[in-house]
Design a protein. Sequence first.
Length: 196
Amino acid sequence: MKTQLRPLATLFGVLALITGVLYPLAVTGLAQLIFPFQANGSLVKVNEQVVGSELIGQDFSGEQFFWGRPSATSAHLYNAFDQDALTGSSGSNLGPLSQVLVDNVQEQVNTLMKVDLGNTNLIPVDLVTASASGLDANISVSAALYQVPRVARVRGLEEATVTALVNQYTENRQFGILGEPRVNVLLLNLALEGIK
């Protein structure tokens, strides 16, 4: 029995050292060396102060800002992450036949129509439905363009100026084929504020 346990324990120890210590240290070291911005959470700083991450949706509820996708993580509209309430990633788990889902979507539609009475464009689906993670940092280009009239009106800017800013912050498909064109809400709103 001892002759079988010793090699087993040795193998376990060696593999635990390799996979539990050496490999994670090597990957972390390479990530810090090659991709330090991404490895540290893609944090966005303004005046050396962290204002958010390019990867996690932020709370923008003022009419002068572009709004992100609604989140199922919080009771508040358009709030993907609330550090004080410690909300995190969570789906609503509501199916297409759920009356709660229908009511939530209608509430989002009413909110959008209330703040932008003159906008007769179709409301993009990502402005009225929560994502599976609830932490989306990006919205579709159509969702950003839908909000241009409201943002321009509230800020006293020309719609063409705001549209140009949306176009400037539109990210294309990854490698030209993966995903859809998208707009990072945090970066767009920081640009609007003249900060970035």
